[in-house]
Design a protein around this ligand. Sequence first.
Ligand SMILES: [Zn+2]
Ligand SMILES: [Zn+2]
Length: 327
Amino acid sequence: MRGMVLVRPGRPLEEREVPRPEPGPGQVLLRVRACGVCRTDLHVACGELPDPKLPLVLGHEVVGEVAALGPGAGRFRIGDRAGVPWLGWTCGVCEYCRSGRENLCDRPRFTGYHLDGGYAEYAVADERYCLALPPEYDDLHAAPLLCAGLIGYRSLVAAGPGERLGLYGFGAAAHIVLQLARHEGRRVFAFTREGDEEAQRFARDLGAEWAGHSGGPPPELLDAAIIFAPVGSLVPAALKAVRKGGRVVSGGIEMSDIPSFPYRVLWGERSVRSVANLTRKDGEEFMALAPRVPDRTEVEPFPLAEANQALERLRGGRLRGAAVLVP
Ligand SMILES: [Zn+2]
Ligand SMILES: [Zn+2]
């Protein structure tokens, strides 16, 4: 089968003929129909996340059709559609796994990082960590739900119930979370790079009440803000944009260093936290919620062989919505 393979971090992916994986005990073999491209893939490809499996097939927004079952696998039938998210395996015994926080597992394995992912014609996955996908979405439009949507959902829950929500970095996750927030009756303020009028227009089209650049203040103080852009200076900027008691949530896996800032920026019971990974429960909740909103995903398809171009477009912020690879 063909796959786009990371041989060494910092180098472009190589298009290669690789053996089709065999499903092991409890695993399913999926024929990949679509695989979303996430900013985390960029961090892995650049070597910003330590110790990836090498060589590695990236991709953790995998929409596939079950093509074979490993020994003991019985959750899906041949021909079923299944989604493979970032959380690929957890230990089940650490204190986090035992307390409903498997997203913080001490010995996790992540898809497209420790395990081969979906930038290929076939992928294998542990059936227990696969997600059933809402039938309202075709393969292409379902792919971004599997990480951008899920992390957006977890970030929105972490942001609390406040009415005025700021979103910093208007890409795949933000465009999905904006629709969720509007569905809940919140008012959304979207922050983009300076001069990115295209992204600001996109945000307003989806229901943002205000869109502007992240260097300036919003027209009124916010109850909460979610940062999706990997830019540390946005942390103090977002803290200054929230009211007393406001929350700032960082949804990305990597971020440049956060510059120091005066204590008064945090004072007033403002808080900062990150959101890490996802639990299977998040996945089930979000997949039930998304079609009810209904949360429309905007995608830009690329042939599998153009994975490097898709990553470059993502790095440059030149995508409307989410990039999705189609084998
Ligand atoms: Zn992701
Ligand atoms: Zn664990």
